[in-house]
Ligand binder design. Structure first.
Ligand code: ATP
Length: 377
């Protein structure tokens, strides 16, 4: 019906980007981006008429030349095809009217650059200049044009590359990956809000460690979240090592992700051992200790949230509380534990008891496994 409306005003129109990609992959998608050769606003208004919707149901963004319209639970966005050119110090391009081809050239990845025509005469015709179909089949994230330029033009695309790879379980094409390694310093022109938005999408994936390992391998993680990278490595004294807290944290994050989709419980898993590098001591005859790292981690949480521009609200307090208390159930798992000590934990955990238990369960390692299981029982 969008095609019918477009035919009435004799305008070429195409569905592009995420909707085409997700339809082919059989993933649900409620956002439909429509590109037309002409005014996106005029097409949106005609589509509203097609669906007998009042004129005011079209939201118009004059500055961007875009219009949005909700039809049932579909979110439609209309925009005229455009061409973009970039300046060195901003990810905001200069925008000009363009052809469909120009519009596809400005897309970030081959799998996001496919278009399907909506006009009756060519309804359903796939326009896929960069063979995105082949990349979907071989599960590859690749930029349509030279990757160094694509990432340097808009460095947010680097985070998007890792995000799509994580969400879809795809590999990053070798040349595209090399460009991530070379261009990652360009991320400095991107606002932290945008970076964290992508990071949170990675954290919400089924297996977040996949995205974190990619971010680490291309050097992006060290730029955006150096505290996490500092968890890496094992020191040895008197033949005794400790576990590598970077890989351990990723394991805990994957574990908790099997039990919850709550972003903030997942953030608690990420931060639960964050202060271990600063609290690490070797005690002769005893081995490695990280005394007080939970308290220090809880104290560091606000500054990490502030830098990453995550919300400094109740959600942060929840994360802080989980970091502070995450070892409590384990400490309380001794056979001789008193009832009053147990009551104290229940009181401290309050409404967050379920979150705390889930984090604790995710943190089971071979070393503390028996204790945690006993506590849970
Ligand atoms: P999701 O909805 O899961 O984020 P999506 O592909 O729909 O996936 P959007 O951010 O909504 O992602 O973008 C829609 C389309 O716009 C993309 O498929 C891509 O073609 C294009 N796009 C979005 N952001 C960029 C960017 N930074 N650079 C180039 N193209 C982009």
């Amino acid at each position: 019906r969008i095609g019918l409306a477009a035919d009435r005003i004799q305008m070429e129109s195409y569905v592009v980007g995420g909707f085409v990609r997700d339809s082919i992959l059989g993933r649900p998608c409620k956002d439909i981006d429509i590109v037309c050769i002409g005014s996106g606003i005029a097409l949106a208004e005609e589509v509203a008429r097609e669906f007998d919707l009042p004129d005011h149901s079209v939201s118009i963004f004059k500055n961007f030349g875009t219009a949005m319209l909700k039809v049932d639970d579909w979110d439609l966005e209309f925009v005229g095809a455009r061409k973009e050119s970039y300046q060195r110090d901003s990810r905001k391009p200069l925008v000009m009217e363009g052809t469909l081809e120009d519009d596809q050239n400005r897309r970030d990845f081959t799998i996001n650059a496919m278009a399907v025509q909506l006009n009756q005469a060519n309804w359903g015709k796939l326009l896929d200049p960069f063979n995105g179909i082949a990349d979907l089949k071989s599960k590859i994230i690749r930029t349509p044009l030279e990757p160094g330029i694509t990432f340097s033009d808009d460095p947010l695309r680097m985070m998007r590359a890792v995000r799509f790879a994580s969400q879809l379980g795809f590999d990053i094409f070798p040349e595209t990956f090399e460009a991530l390694q070379k261009e990652n310093e360009r991320l400095e022109i991107i606002s932290m809000e945008r970076i964290s938005e992508e990071l949170n999408k990675i954290i919400l994936c089924q297996k977040p460690s996949y995205g974190f390992l990619l971010l680490d391998a291309c050097g992006l993680l060290a730029r955006i979240f150096p505290e996490f990278v500092k968890l890496k490595g094992v020191d040895t004294e008197e033949g005794k090592g400790h576990k590598d807290n970077f890989y351990h944290t990723l394991q805990v994050l994957d574990n908790i992700s099997q039990h919850t989709d709550d972003l903030w419980w997942r953030w608690a898993a990420i931060l639960h051992d964050i202060a271990k590098p600063q609290t690490k001591r070797f005690v002769k005859g005893k081995g490695w200790t990280f005394h007080g790292h939970e308290e220090m981690g809880a104290r560091q949480t606000p500054s990490i949230f502030k830098r990453l521009k995550l919300p400094l609200n109740e959600k942060m307090k929840l994360v802080q509380k989980l970091v502070r208390l995450h070892l409590r159930p384990i400490a309380l798992s001794k056979e001789e534990i008193t009832h009053s000590a147990l009551r104290r934990l229940l009181f401290e955990a309050g409404d967050e008891l379920e979150a705390l238990m889930t984090l604790c369960r995710a943190d089971i390692t071979s070393k503390n496994g028996d204790k945690v299981k006993r506590y849970l029982r």
